[in-house]
Design a protein around this ligand. Structure first.
Ligand SMILES: C[S@@+](CC[C@H](N)C(=O)[O-])C[C@H]1O[C@@H](n2cnc3c(N)ncnc32)[C@H](O)[C@@H]1O
Length: 325
């Protein structure tokens, strides 16, 4: 469900406590004379009118009020990502500090098409504040731990050309993701790129979860969420933006983006942390002895056993050294 209403009023009216699994949102920046869109969108004719700004003087109180609502509607263990420029970042950080939400990461999103400036550095990043609502113990669904699908995009064994771990690289907190250049298409000023949204949704939610955006703009979060088979909800105060996008969102087929996602190979260490049965222990020790007999080094033998058992070097070493068969 999507509502053409101020998000604070809308959340109070339409969203129950603890009803949302994930919030991804990009509030207005509250900057006077924001010219970013002029550089980025290039053709002003394709930018939808009706973007509603928040006066700088009201930004502090505004941030406190909507973030308090976001905290209320998020389920314990739910996650929130807030995209912010640097000018009013302190208000958002202070507002978050007044809630129970806990900081998980402060991500830097580096984009292209920064606003060109001659006598100072060119601004080409945004902040993404990734917080979670503390989980409640023994509270069923309400108490679920934060969702973080560590291996949803890259498995533990995938390497880059320079032999670095792709999983590690994808989970670093500086994200280099280009804005989308959509010539001829109608868009909201500051539209978030799909790759950015896909990344947050893949890591922090599962199919069927509810994803909410307090500031829908072009409904980009909602479109990607539905495409990835999540439920979506949110608010947009501008009637112009809402009326245009509410027609567009109906064209999105639930789950239609899932087939475009890369499927990472199975983790090599897929049994890491799981208890070892006596039977498995015996098999490992026997296999190790056989490989040693064949002339393999200790390291080569353990690498061979890792492939078969899904257990890491150190845990295998412990089993071999204990030799409890
Ligand atoms: C930065 S844009 C969001 C862009 C969006 N993430 C996208 O990718 O298109 C902020 C949006 O919030 C809307 N807005 C401003 N104040 C609002 C409020 N109080 N409640 C709901 N929407 C609001 C603006 O009209 C604008 O469309």
């Amino acid at each position: 469900m999507f509502y053409n209403i101020d998000c604070i009023e809308g959340a109070k009216k339409y969203l129950a406590d603890s009803s949302v699994d994930l919030i991804i949102t990009d509030p207005p920046y509250g900057i006077k004379g924001d010219t970013l869109h002029k550089h980025y969108n290039r053709n002003e004719k394709n930018v939808l009118d009706g973007y509603i700004e928040v006066p700088e003087s009201e930004y502090k109180e505004f941030s406190e009020r909507w973030i308090k609502e976001a905290e209320r509607v998020l389920r314990p263990g739910g996650s929130i990502y807030i995209v912010s420029g640097y000018s009013n970042l302190h208000h958002i950080l202070n507002a978050l500090g007044q809630t129970s939400l806990t900081e998980i990461n402060h991500i830097i999103w580096k984009y292209n098409f920064g606003v060109y400036t001659k006598n100072k550095y060119i601004s080409s990043h945004y902040h993404i504040l990734y917080y979670c609502k503390p989980a409640k113990k023994n509270a069923g669904r309400q108490g679920k731990k934060p969702t973080f699908n560590t291996f949803s995009r890259f498995s533990d064994s995938e390497k880059s050309e320079s032999n670095g771990s792709l999983n590690y690289q994808d989970r670093e907190d500086v994200w280099i993701i280009n804005r989308e250049y959509k010539p001829g298409k109608i868009k909201n000023k500051n539209e978030l790129p799909s790759q950015l949204l896909i990344k947050m949704i893949q890591y922090s939610s599962n199919p069927g979860d509810t994803v909410c955006d307090f500031f829908l703009g072009s409904f980009s979060t909602a479109k990607i969420a539905i495409g990835l088979d999540r439920k979506a909800t949110g608010f947009e105060k501008s009637a112009v933006a809402y009326n245009h996008q509410i027609k567009e969102i109906k064209k999105i087929i639930p789950g239609s983006l899932l087939s475009q996602l890369r499927v990472p190979p199975k983790n090599v260490l897929h049994k890491q942390g799981q208890p070892v049965s006596d039977k498995e222990r015996k098999e490992i020790v026997t296999k190790f002895a056989a490989l040693q007999k064949k002339g393999l080094t200790k390291k080569e033998s353990l690498a061979e056993i890792t492939k078969k058992t899904g257990r890491g070097y150190w845990s295998l070493l412990k089993i071999i050294d204990q030799k409890k068969v």
